[in-house]
Design a protein around this ligand. Structure first.
Ligand SMILES: Cc1cc2nc3c(=O)[nH]c(=O)nc-3n(C[C@H](O)[C@H](O)[C@H](O)COP(=O)(O)O)c2cc1C
Ligand SMILES: [Fe+2]
Ligand SMILES: [Fe+2]
Length: 398
């Protein structure tokens, strides 16, 4: 697809990657994606917003050339440095080595490590603007949606927001414009899929970015992937959905989740004792046998809880895999700082509990004990130990 003129000032100069079926290793992209880039021409200056991916450089270059000679580009705004938008810049630098890049400190530092040559870099300061002649670029510093170096760019005269990956989606559209899409259902599906895969782990930062966008009047959103939101209705829909999805619930009463696996019922008996003792404190508690309950459900409950107790027997000198699968499905940014610990029955070497504790600490949970490991079947005094362990655990919940 060639370049597309959006209005008198802005053109889309992105590329389609319609065959892409997997993004960032784990995200399925059934209908490909686009790497959107835009040229804005003011009376005095011409700016390129964002780049492209290795392998797509020549096509991207051809699209830009339909709008402007490369030599006439005054600056490039690099809104984040993820290689899907930053790995093709050498094709521009080969033509114009002194091209000036505007971005956050980290984006520019990362870019140098991608293009592996010196660049003319300008670090954007908070509140900084750039005058294109009749049009202003207002830079919004919006870290962690989804990379730490992310910024967005707002043009007040046109009421348009270049939103980086925020509000984007992986969908190699047949029409650039949301208003012209054949299926809004398809758009909505990929919009949610993108949020869930890319933005949901950063929910706290999504909220902060949304707060920065609140005072702005936005008629059009130009994201770095997927269709342009060209109606007020589409813009409001997208912002509303992000607001809904990024709510981080606060529990009135502290909530604990106990999740475990158990072969002969010994780890289960420890879990049940802990569960019972927590019930009696009035703290909310839910217990799941990981094998019996869908993984997504358990993960959802763990993410909503304030405290997490995870149990596994030691099997072949380690934690049993379904328990690791749960732990590996917890995004660090959504659990860090919460309280957690581990328990389990073992036969002779007992690696599971210390390994769980290590993993919980890697997830940045607050762990301030060594967990509770009990050899084979817990006797009465060991069950009492489990009870006290659980009571101490809940007493430290905020
Ligand atoms: C296949 C298998 C491998 C095991 N490997 C270990 C091990 O490496 N180290 C250990 O301490 N216990 C090991 N055990 C013993 C279990 O940890 C022990 O039986 C424990 O009490 C089981 O608790 P559960 O009833 O909650 O499953 C193993 C048990 C099985 C069945
Ligand atoms: Fe990205
Ligand atoms: Fe991206």
């Amino acid at each position: 697809m060639a370049s597309i003129k959006i209005n008198d000032y802005i053109s889309w100069t992105g590329v389609h990657d319609e065959m892409l079926r997997r993004f960032d290793i784990v995200m399925e992209t059934a209908e490909g994606t686009t790497y959107n880039a835009y040229i804005i021409k003011g009376k005095d200056k011409t700016v390129l917003i964002d780049g492209s991916k290795t392998g797509f450089g020549e096509q991207w270059l051809a699209n830009i050339r339909e709008v402007t000679p490369i030599e006439d580009i005054d600056l490039v705004v690099i809104q984040h440095s993820e290689p899907d938008h930053a790995s093709a810049f050498n094709v521009l630098l080969d033509i114009k080595p002194d091209l000036e890049f505007y971005g956050s400190t980290l984006a520019l530092a990362n870019l140098k490590e991608i293009v592996n040559r010196p660049i003319n870099a300008h670090v954007i300061k908070p509140g900084e603007t750039y005058d294109l002649g009749g049009l202003t670029l207002k830079f919004l510093i919006t870290p962690n949606v989804h990379w730490p170096d992310t910024i967005m760019t707002y043009v007040p005269e046109l009421k348009v927001l270049f939103s980086c990956d925020f509000l984007g989606e992986h969908y190699s559209f047949e029409s650039l414009y949301h208003s012209k899409l054949k299926s809004k259902k398809t758009y909505d599906h990929y919009f949610k899929h993108y949020y869930d895969s890319i933005m949901a782990p950063m929910a706290r930062f999504v909220n902060l970015a949304l707060n920065q966008l609140k005072p702005l009047e936005i008629d059009m959103v130009l994201p770095s992937h997927g269709p342009v939101l060209d109606t007020k209705e589409a813009v409001n829909y997208a912002l509303r959905k992000y607001s809904e999805w990024s709510v981080i619930p606060k529990n009135e009463v502290p909530q604990v989740v106990i999740a475990y696996c158990s072969n002969y019922g010994y780890t289960k008996a420890i879990a049940e004792t802990m569960y019972q003792s927590i019930v009696e404190t009035g703290v909310g508690v839910k217990m799941y046998d990981i094998i019996e309950v869908p993984e997504q459900k358990v993960v959802k409950e763990i993410l909503a809880a304030d405290g997490f107790l995870v149990g596994s027997p030691t099997i072949m000198a380690d934690v049993i895999r379904p328990v690791y699968d749960i732990l590996n499905s917890l995004p660090i940014y959504l659990v860090q700082g919460k309280k957690a610990s581990a328990f389990g029955s073992y036969g002779w070497s007992g690696e599971a509990v210390p390994n769980l504790i290590t993993r919980l600490k890697q997830l940045r949970y607050k762990v301030d004990d060594e967990g509770l490991a009990i050899r084979l079947q817990a006797n009465a005094s060991e069950l009492e130990q489990a009870k006290q362990f659980a009571l101490t655990f809940v007493s430290k919940l905020k």
